[in-house]
Ligand binder design. Sequence first.
Ligand SMILES: [Zn+2]
Length: 319
Amino acid sequence: MDNENVYLKCIEQKKDTLKQRRAEYGEKLNELARQNSEYSEAVTVLAQIGSALAISTISGDVKNTEKLKVEAIKYSAIKKEIEKRAGIEPFKYECSLCNDTGFSGGKICSCIKKMASEIRIKSVSKSAPISGCRFDTFDLDFYDDSLPDGTNPKKKMTLILKALKEYTLNFNPNLSENMIFFGNTGLGKTHLSLAIMNELIEKGFYVVYDSAFNLFSKIETEHFKNHIDDTYNDALNCDLLIIDDLGSEFLSSYSQSVLYSIINTRILSRKPTIINTNLSIKEIEQKYTPRVSSRIVGEYTPKKFIGTDIRQKKVLRTK
Ligand SMILES: [Zn+2]
């Protein structure tokens, strides 16, 4: 996603949808009024009572006001009863937390966060094959039973798959651990990261997923050119941050400090992060400042992906 404020976009969209749904609902009631004279009479009388009530309230006629209120309740009930008989339910908001305003308790409502996540999925899907990347499409058959070096990639990957499924199943945005996926290209790190993302977004969690390259260039552009920090704040505050392909970003003192600040802030606020990388621990230590690498080594559970490039095997299989 570019620099646009996803939340504002979602709130606007929510408002438009509400407006449209209200109009459609109003049209249903109008249609009922056209067909049912008892109903249209109740609507007309209610409108008259409404005007009379306003005048009566202003003039301070307490007795008449009370009488009109009773009348209003009576005709409202008649109106509702006819609607019910015609199969028209009372108008319902899509989100009962915010009544479709997008704000609940002075904060952005979870329905907007969910919408924002879905927009992000769409934006990620431009550069990654998201929809196909699920746990059940992760094919262990591409991994060898044994390699000349004595390792058993299939066994190892079976355990990793199981652990990641459990991680996703029991995901808690304040308790789940940080993880780092190591391993060469083509071993399924991105596939399983996207599988976690897909499932958690479906469960309503606020997941931010991006490649290190995109993430840091967006943060830098937003900060210096547009003077906003949307992507940065999203990376700090989301339920789960997934940084794909750490090491692909343009390395500068700025990106190093942003990386440290994201990793460190999330650790302090106990928000989980998943990083995947083609770099080894040694290369991370060489490439990044000690405070970055020590945070990663100390606070992230490593998952080592092993095997031979499954992308080549997939190509061979389809030939
Ligand atoms: Zn809501």
